[in-house]
Design a protein around this ligand. Structure first.
Ligand code: NAI
Length: 451
C-alpha cells in the first residue's frame, strides 16, 4: 500500500501530524503499537496525572480550607479506588475522542510495532508499507536507575505511580523534576509520607530560581521532605525499599524513580543519525539524516512537552504540503500542575543574565491581589523579565492557582514582541488573578499601584 505520509507514534505529535496531513489532502497511515491512541500523554502521562492532581487538590482544599470558607464538612475521606476508576474513565473518553477525530479525517490507523526499513518503507508485522514521507514520532520512555530497576509495583516509573493499587504509607521520590513534584503532591495530599531525593541544589531545574523556591515551600507545607544536593548511592528491594544516599537512609513502601525520560529511539540507530542522549538528529526542517524521514517531539532534542510535539507536527506537515510554516520555541509555555501551579514562558532572570542581557525585573505577590485573597490563594507571585535596553518582554514566571490558564497572555505578548510597558498599560478585568501580570509589569517600571 502506498501512502503520501506514514506517521509512527500516535501521541500528541503523531496523531496531530496525521490529522493535519489528512486535512491537507494527503493519504495518511498512523501506526502505533498501543491499541489506544494518544500516546504517553493521554494514556500514562499528562491526562491521568491531571485527573489525580485535580481530585487530590479538591480533597486537600476541603480538609484545609473548608472551615475558613465557612463550609461545614461533617466527614471527609478519599475513596482511592474510585479516584483511580474516574481517572481511567477520563482517559478512556479522551482516547475514544482521538480515535473519532482520526477516523473523521480519513486517517488509516494501523496497530502494531513499526520498523523503519528505508527512506520510503516501514514494516509492521509481515506488511511493508510504502510512503513518500515518513514522520517518526516515537516519543520517550522513563529512565531507569540500574540499582533500582522498575517492577512497577514497589519501584515505579510515572506509569506505575499513576496506577498504584493502594495508598503507600511511605513514598520516596528520586528526582525533583516535573514528574517528581506533581506526583509527590498527589500522594502527600492523600496522606502518604513523601520524601524527595534530588541531585541538584534546586527543584525543577531550569525553573526560575524564585519560582522553584516558592514551589518548594508550598510542597513543604504539604509535609513533603526534600533532600537536595543528594546523590543516591544504594537501593535494595526487600520487605521495603531501602535507599541510601549521602547522609540519608530511607525505607519506603514505594519508590518513584523520576530522573528524566529518554527518546524511544531503540532500533533506529542503524537507520538515522542519533545524538548522545539517543535523540534523533534533525535539521531546522525536522529532516533526519535519511531522506524523506522526519522526526518530531520527545524523540528529538528539546523540552519533552506534548504541546511542543503538536506544534512541530503542524509546522512540519504544512511545510511538506508546500506552506510556509515555522515554530518559535521562545513561545512554548511550560507548566507544573502543583498547587499553586507554576507556568513559565520565555527566559528566566538567570537565563537573561547568562545571555548578557541587563534584565528588567518586576514582581507582584498574590497576597496583594484581591481575587487571590477572596479565593484563599495568597501563596505565589508573577514575575516579568524584560530587556532594560529595549524594554521588550522576554519571560514571564507565574506561581499561582490557574497559572496554566494565565500564561496564555504572556505567550501572546512574547510572540508579538510586546514591551513590558505595553503589558503594564493593558486593561485587565478586576478582580482577577491576571491583574498580577499587569502589576508585575508596573513594578518593573516603578509604577506599582497595589503593593
Ligand atoms: P526532569 O528532567 O524534569 O527531572 C529529573 C530530575 O531528576 C532532575 O531534577 C535531576 O536533577 C534529577 N535526577 C537525575 N538523576 C538523579 C539521581 N540519580 N538522583 C536524584 N536525582 C536525580 O524529568 P522528569 O520529572 O522525569 O520528567 C521527564 C519529562 O517529562 C520532562 O522533560 C518533563 O518536562 C516532562 N513532563 C512534563 C510535564 C508537564 O508539562 N507538566 C509533566 C510530566 C512530565
Amino acid at each position: 500500500m502506498q501512502y503520501d505520509l506514514v506517521v509512527i507514534g500516535a501521541g500528541p505529535g503523531g496523531y496531530v501530524a496525521a490529522i493535519r496531513a489528512a486535512q491537507l489532502k494527503m493519504k495518511v497511515a498512523l501506526i502505533d503499537k498501543r491499541k489506544e491512541l494518544g500516546g504517553t500523554c493521554l494514556n500514562v502521562g499528562c491526562i491521568p496525572s491531571k485527573a489525580l492532581l485535580q481530585a487530590t487538590e479538591e480533597f486537600h482544599r476541603i480538609q484545609t480550607q473548608a472551615a475558613e470558607l465557612g463550609i461545614l464538612v461533617k466527614e471527609s475521606g478519599m475513596d482511592f479506588d474510585k479516584m483511580m476508576q474516574r481517572k481511567e474513565k477520563v482517559v478512556g473518553a479522551l482516547v475514544n475522542g482521538v480515535a473519532g477525530l482520526v477516523k473523521k479525517n480519513g486517517v488509516e490507523v494501523i496497530e502494531g510495532e513499526a520498523e523503519l526499513v528505508s527512506s520510503t518503507e516501514v514494516k509492521v508485522g509481515d506488511q511493508i508499507i510504502e510512503a513518500k514521507s515518513i514522520i517518526l514520532a516515537n516519543g520517550s520512555e522513563s529512565i531507569e536507575l540500574p540499582m533500582l530497576p522498575f517492577d512497577e509495583e514497589r519501584v515505579v516509573s510515572s506509569t506505575g505511580a499513576l496506577s498504584l493499587k493502594k495508598l503507600p504509607e511511605k513514598l520516596c521520590v528520586i528526582g525533583a523534576g516535573v514528574i517528581g513534584v506533581e506526583l509527590a503532591s498527589v500522594y502527600a495530599r492523600l496522606g502518604s509520607k513523601v520524601t524527595v531525593i534530588e541531585l541538584l541544589d534546586q527543584i525543577c531545574t531550569p525553573l526560575d530560581l524564585a519560582a522553584a523556591k516558592q514551589l518548594q515551600k508550598s510542597l513543604e507545607k504539604l509535609d513533603v521532605t526534600f533532600h537536595l544536593k543528594t546523590k543516591l548511592t544504594k537501593g535494595e528491594v526487600k520487605d521495603k525499599v531501602h535507599l541510601t544516599a549521602e547522609g540519608v537512609t530511607e525505607e519506603a513502601d514505594v519508590v518513584l524513580v523520576a530522573v528524566g525520560r529518554k527518546p524511544n529511539s531503540r532500533g533506529l540507530d542503524s537507520k538515522v543519525e542519533l545524538g548522545k542522549r539517543g535523540d534523533v538528529i534533525v535539521d531546522g526542517a525536522f529532516q533526519t539524516s535519511l531522506p524523506n524521514v522526519y522526526a518530531i517531539g520527545d524523540l528529538i532534542d528539546g523540552p519533552m512537552l506534548a504541546h511542543r510535539a503538536s506544534e512541530e507536527a503542524v509546522v512540519l506537515v504544512e511545510s511538506l504540503a508546500g506552506h510556509r510554516s515555522k515554530i518559535d520555541y521562545m513561545t512554548i509555555p511550560n507548566v507544573i500542575y502543583t498547587h499553586p501551579e507554576v507556568a513559565t514562558v520565555g527566559l528566566s532572570e538567570e537565563e537573561a543574565k547568562a545571555s548578557n542581557i541587563d534584565p528588567l525585573i518586576g514582581t507582584f505577590h498574590l497576597r496583594a491581589n484581591a481575587r487571590a485573597r477572596t479565593s484563599l490563594a495568597g501563596d505565589g507571585f508573577v514575575k516579568v523579565v524584560g530587556d532594560k535596553k529595549t524594554g521588550r518582554l522576554l519571560g514571564v514566571h507565574i506561581v499561582a492557582p490557574h497559572a496554566s490558564e494565565m500564561i496564555g497572555e504572556a505567550v501572546l505578548g512574547i510572540k508579538k514582541r510586546v514591551t513590558v510597558e505595553e503589558i503594564a498599560n493593558l486593561p485587565h478585568a478586576h478582580p482577577t488573578l491576571s491583574e498580577s501580570l499587569k502589576e508585575a509589569a508596573l513594578n518593573a517600571l516603578g509604577r506599582t499601584i497595589h503593593s
